[in-house]
Design a protein around this ligand. Sequence first.
Ligand code: 5RP
Length: 228
Amino acid sequence: MMGVEEQKRAAGEAAAALVAAHMTVGLGTGSTAAWFVKALAVRALDIRCVSTSKATADLAVSLGMTVIELDAVSVIDLTIDGADEIGPGLSLIKGGGAALLREKLVWEASRRCVVIADAGKRVPRLGAFPLPIEVVAFGHTSTARRICDAFAECDMGIAPRLRIRDGGPVITDGGNYIYDAACGAILDPALLADALKSVTGVVDHGLFLDLADAALIATDSGVEHLTP
Ligand code: 5RP
């Protein structure tokens, strides 16, 4: 039986095979995406990459890859990234690594997005993984109250919690804070996505809906290719 880390590695390696020379490639964030970046570096293709986080950019550069800014490209050919949950229709929760804003910006600038994951990430319904919400630091407790109101509009009595690490708020690459909402189950992800986006101070949330074109999910019997 494959362990979770072996599955992540298998998914990352399968994704690296999708990349062709001269592509502009979006690099995701997290441990699965790191396996992809390592496998891609081994291929030594003539490509340029746009990273979804400083951590991934540092890894890619350390492996000799060319990383450019998102503003330097008009379109990204292919983005490969991990996810925290993969639900029906390849709806996703992302942002466990606090990179959801840059991830969504890179995904939305991409012709094609492929999500890679171990088998444990597939769920029948989103929400067991706490939904990350990126908020502007200024007035964040006030924003958090209005996030509660947004949840209430969706008939969800949820109070998101500020993500803390090493005694202080986690600060994203964009200088924002992350709140995590323990939803349990998200019955209408599109409704919730709209409600959260309408809150001033919310920069973005970890619901990635209608963005993934395919998924590569590693299981004990091989890497499964899924489409929405
Ligand atoms: C980072 C993400 C990651 O893709 C997600 O957290 C999955 O991480 P991992 O591959 O380490 O399980 O969304 O913001």
